[in-house]
Design a binder for this molecule. Structure first.
Ligand SMILES: NC(=O)c1ccc[n+]([C@@H]2O[C@H](COP(=O)([O-])OP(=O)(O)OC[C@H]3O[C@@H](n4cnc5c(N)ncnc54)[C@H](O)[C@@H]3O)[C@@H](O)[C@H]2O)c1
Ligand SMILES: N[C@@H](CCO)C(=O)O
Length: 352
């Protein structure tokens, strides 16, 4: 039986939900998945940190109040966020990185990933910054250190998109994609269709755990821009930076615009897209588009997301599912860990 020692970096909605899954399902995973998880370190800017090589009680962690310095309430805990010590020295095999996404330079999360990979630890993350802004460097670092760098939750939360497209659509020759790639903005647009004002709808998305720490990233399109870069670089072999993606968000849409669209049997959607052009270059954009109600993406509502891949051999292949949510995104971290375990198991079998 394999037991992976896990450190949680950032203990907000997503990693707290992962701790909850561990508290509730670890024994079930032993038989279903062939491994269990032991949390040996947690660190958070606001809450502080705690380490124990023998394991921390996941249920107790989930009950910790979300108050400043709360980790100090646990045996051995401190109000200080000892990020570097936890990442490098708490004895973890896997670092689950879920701190704020920084859409400008990806820091400090990128440094957290570097520290872990340099120390020979696998990294699973839902943070879009490190991948969109420093993906090639981090993937090379992981390869050099013979560890995994997995980030399925960075696009469409727990809905499988990156691995599905890379593995199951391999050989189909993906030439582009368009999608609704931000749960918050789609939720806001859906609420506005029901007559709710923009600001109230954003507040609801925050309360439900969909929004970024600064929801401007959601509504201004910056979050989708990171996801377009991630998908284009992964699936179209592009080398895009955020500056290659034109970007506008939904903040300029009024209740009147939305009502007028309804009257015309159409809906406004924030669409992220990338396409390979005839000369091989990739064009990419994020913008609100008016879709007629019979467009496949028009009926995607609330925090649900969808992406439609265009491929030479299959035409359009569309995947839809949760695009945000604490437990949904924690599942993405679990799916990354499952992938790490399955790869390790295959390698062991191959070497026998
Ligand atoms: N919530 C979702 O639906 C969702 C979906 C997909 C991806 N993501 C991404 O996952 C990550 C986590 O999301 P979340 O909803 O848990 O966010 P959150 O804001 O609830 O939690 C983030 C936590 O990270 C901590 N933190 C921030 N900077 C830190 C630092 N320098 N050192 C240590 N701790 C730090 C904060 O104190 C906070 O507790 C974000 O990058 C987000 O973009 C979230
Ligand atoms: N804030 C993001 C989280 C998922 O990346 C969203 O609403 O889609």
């Amino acid at each position: 039986m394999t037991e992976y020692k896990l450190a949680l970096v950032g203990f907000g909605g997503v990693n707290r939900a992962l701790a909850q899954l561990i508290a509730e399902r670890n024994q079930q995973w032993k038989t279903e998945l062939g491994f269990t998880l032991k949390i040996v370190g947690v660190t958070d800017l606001f809450l502080g940190s705690v380490m124990n090589r023998h394991g921390l009680d996941a249920a107790s962690l989930t009950r910790l109040p979300a108050t400043q310095g709360a980790m100090a309430q646990l045996p051995g805990g401190t109000v200080d966020a000892l990020n570097e010590t936890v990442i490098k020295d708490c004895g973890a095999d896997i670092i689950a990185e879920a701190t704020f996404t920084n859409p400008v330079d990806g820091e400090p999360a990128t440094s957290f990933c570097r520290w872990a990979l340099e120390r020979g630890k696998h990294v699973v993350t839902t943070n879009k910054g490190p991948i969109a802004l420093h993906g090639a460097e981090l993937k090379a670092l992981a390869q050099r250190n013979n560890v995994a760098f997995e980030y399925e939750g960075s696009v469409m939360s727990g809905t499988p998109v990156i691995r599905l497209a890379k593995q199951s659509l391999a050989g189909s020759v993906i030439t582009g994609f368009e999608g609704i790639l931000n749960g918050t903005s789609n939720f806001v647009l859906t609420c506005m269709e029901g007559g709710l004002g923009f600001a109230e709808a954003v507040s609801q998305a925050q309360a439900l755990g969909y929004a970024e720490a600064d929801p401007t990233a959601d509504v201004a399109g910056h979050d989708v821009r990171l996801k377009v870069v991630i998908l284009a670089n992964e699936l179209l072999d592009a080398k895009l930076t955020i500056n290659d993606v034109t970007c506008s968000g939904i903040a300029s849409l009024s209740l009147d615009d939305i009502e007028k669209a309804r009257h015309d049997n159409a809906r406004w959607k924030l669409i992220g897209a990338a396409t390979r052009q005839a000369d091989g270059s990739i064009s990419a954009s994020v913008e609100p588009r008016l879709l007629s109600n019979d467009h496949p993406l028009a009926s995607i509502s609330g925090a649900t997301n969808a992406v439609s891949f265009t491929s030479e051999l299959l035409g359009a292949v569309t995947v839809s599912g949760p695009g945000a949510g604490r437990t949904e995104t924690a599942f993405a971290l679990l799916s990354d860990i499952i992938h790490i375990h399955q790869s390790a198991t295959r390698k062991q079998e191959h070497n026998q």
